[in-house]
Design a protein around this ligand. Sequence first.
Ligand SMILES: NC(=O)c1ccc[n+]([C@@H]2O[C@H](COP(=O)([O-])OP(=O)(O)OC[C@H]3O[C@@H](n4cnc5c(N)ncnc54)[C@H](O)[C@@H]3O)[C@@H](O)[C@H]2O)c1
Ligand SMILES: N[C@H](C(=O)O)[C@H](O)COP(=O)(O)O
Length: 326
Amino acid sequence: MIKRIAITPGEPAGIGPDLLLEYIQQAQHQQLIAIACPELLKDRANALGLPLTLIPFDPTSAPEANQAGQLFYLPHDCHSTQAGVLNKQNAPYVLACLDSAIDGCRNGDFAAMVTGPVHKGVINDAGIPFSGHTEYLQDRCSVDKVVMMLATEGLRVALATTHLPLKDVAQAIQKDSLSRVLSILIQDLNTDFGIAKPRILICGLNPHAGEGGHMGREEIDVIEPVMASFDPKDAELIGPLPADTLFTPKYLDEADAVLAMYHDQGLPVLKFKGFGRAANITLGLPIIRTSVDHGTALDLAATGQADIGSLATAIDYACQMSQARV
Ligand SMILES: NC(=O)c1ccc[n+]([C@@H]2O[C@H](COP(=O)([O-])OP(=O)(O)OC[C@H]3O[C@@H](n4cnc5c(N)ncnc54)[C@H](O)[C@@H]3O)[C@@H](O)[C@H]2O)c1
Ligand SMILES: N[C@H](C(=O)O)[C@H](O)COP(=O)(O)O
């Protein structure tokens, strides 16, 4: 069955449009719909020397897989864009594209949404508070909690906290919130990844997992009690383990996922292993959202040098997850 997948290319000055235009040069098994500015797509295709046939998306027609070089689109207009040069006037455009994708997933027009990279800084420069798609999707879908998980071949890393200044992380590791994160992780590994009783490695927050309370107490006061509150029939929770040695084959070979306490505890390892072949997946949503593992790479926009591997991985995950939910 042909699935409809919405794709938001993200920041117009970045590599998101390039990646999509490169990706659709192959015929697809699904219907990919760009939610984007058609003039931007045409200009970027010209700059990259890529053939492009744009077809307006009609949600009332039967799903139709893209032929090589074809792209269905749902239009939003952006300001004229120079590749590699941010323009804060485009921030509302970036968010409007996301809103259309979310609405289309919620009303059943799309089976999933795949997001290209946005530039968080320029959206804030435009006066719009924005810390990431993950938090934006949580708000727009009116759920109390979502979980960011990045996945590549052989490793899944979920995060207990997402886009927070480091100084605020320890305060954010609280029992209620950590418990919700673990529940969502267990539930979605089960439903979307078919893992009945996931084996999850849990990082400590502090060096050496707190060294028995001498180097921080979050392991004893928060992480261990939360782990103990889960039924061992639902998941095998291992930890809190020192994060510096958790990411070694001895532990990882037997694990379905790692739960890291903060962004730069888990993601550098994941990206060292799989940058360009990983996807970012938002767990806990009523819709399916996957994303690339990289940012806007302004230095590479319109050069033809950007690697499409992560976009391909994100689309693959979106398709697999939407099949799993049928
Ligand atoms: N999914 C997202 O929306 C997302 C993810 C990560 C970062 N960002 C945002 O992107 C902006 C820039 O972030 P950054 O500079 O830290 O990271 P970045 O990923 O844009 O760039 C880091 C390095 O990786 C290279 N790179 C990135 N993607 C590549 C690709 N597909 N092929 C080849 N090389 C690639 C870049 O050229 C650069 O050298 C920030 O605003 C950040 O918040 C967005
Ligand atoms: N933390 C993500 C990463 O490093 O890939 C990135 O900032 C994107 O996050 P959102 O999906 O929340 O925008």
